[in-house]
Design a protein around this ligand. Structure first.
Ligand code: KG4
Ligand code: ZN
Length: 338
């Protein structure tokens, strides 16, 4: 506690960002340190789990120290430590969990293990200080594509998810086949701005009528087939057109289903979360389609959309407030469900 504020340290190491942040009263970001490993993994075309763990280990202490000094806070002044314990890469998660447990034990601070997906939803509390449940949440990241009904703090009801690839994974895979490299999402987003979304008729996969599930794995095959056909016909490939057409097929389906879910559950707000929530076309389509049904769309700024410690601190704050406690035998759970 400092100046009457409840201080939470959030630690996040589930994938390729080593991140720590101090958040006041679950809502106000005092520091947000993110050490990205993207440059290293880019050389391999994707995240290499072994390297990710090693880099987390090298960076974690400095990242936590920077988060504390950036917030002007000393460790004993912290009221709570929140840490991602799943889902994610097991070796990567273990580094954050071990650091959080050591600090909680050494400074006698309560600990909360946070579900990474709950963290992505909580990112919205940091951006929109008046936001309170109920709302519908759309989580679109490298590992997940989920529509979640959020009736209250710490209450989540998953309504639909991907049956194969996550949205971000589809972006990353298609970017690789069209030669844009890793990470694919932001590169496709950028290339698509100069492309025609109607140039190639990528199939929109809606699955059974009424389903809120997704399937994106066919898009990579469609992109590959298109590239092969064009190559064989001796035609030049316009990468911007492929990017724009692919992006349109993914974002249209996501926006349609998220809005459908909100209408069916009478929710007047949809909050977006996860790395793909920073996609400019998805943001545009969500606002347009939701707006037509009188539904508001809220999004965190890009830095809070991708993995960060602040969202974990906020989720931990609300779980702690609801009476939940985590023991010091907390373990990483790579396949943690919602
Ligand atoms: O939430 P996140 O940082 O990490 C997890 O997966 O948990 O999301 C990363 C994913 C990657 O697949 C990346 O390509 C995608 O988010 N992404 C984007 C954009 N920015 C990041 N996808 C589409 N458009 C973007 N602008
Ligand atoms: Zn994430």
């Amino acid at each position: 506690m400092k100046d009457g504020k409840f201080l939470t340290l959030g630690i996040e190491t589930s994938c390729d960002e080593t991140a720590a942040s101090v958040v006041a009263d679950g809502r106000f970001v005092m520091s947000n340190v993110i050490s990205s490993q993207i440059d290293i993994h880019t050389q391999y075309g994707g995240v290499v789990p072994e390297i990710a763990s090693r880099k987390h280990l090298e960076r974690i202490n400095d990242v936590i120290a920077e988060a504390l000094s950036g917030a002007g806070v000393k460790a004993p002044e912290l009221d709570l430590i929140g840490v991602t314990y799943g889902p994610g890469l097991v070796g990567a998660l273990l580094i954050g969990v071990a650091a959080a447990k050591a600090m909680a034990y050494a400074c006698d601070i309560p600990l909360i293990g946070v579900n990474h997906m709950h963290g992505h939803i909580a990112a919205n509390y940091l951006e929109h200080h008046d936001l309170e449940p109920p709302f519908m949440a759309l989580i679109v990241s490298g590992g997940h594509t989920e529509i979640v009904n959020v009736p209250g703090y710490n209450k989540c009801e998953k309504l639909g998810g991907t049956r194969d690839d996550a949205a971000g994974e589809a972006f990353d895979k298609v970017a690789r086949v069209i030669g844009l490299g890793y990470p694919g999402g932001p590169k496709i987003d950028r290339a698509a701005r100069d492309g025609d979304p109607d140039a190639i008729a990528f199939k929109r996969v809606y699955l059974e009528p009424g389903s809120l599930d997704f399937s994106f794995s066919g898009l990579k095959t469609q992109a590959l087939n298109y590239l092969n056909t064009e190559k064989q016909a001796g035609r030049e490939i316009n990468v911007n057109d492929v990017a724009a057409s692919f992006q349109e097929a993914v974002t249209e389906v996501i926006a349609d289903k998220a809005v459908d879910a909100a209408v069916r559950y009478s929710q007047k707000r949809i909050v977006m979360a996860g790395g793909v929530a920073s996609n400019s076309r998805l943001r545009y389509l969500m606002e347009k389609k939701a707006g037509e049904r009188g539904i508001d769309v809220l999004k965190p700024s890009p830095v809070l959309c991708t993995d960060n410690g602040a969202m974990i601190a906020s989720a931990a704050y609300y779980e702690y407030g609801s009476g939940r406690r985590t023991e010091l035998d907390l373990d990483a759970v790579p396949g943690l469900e919602f």
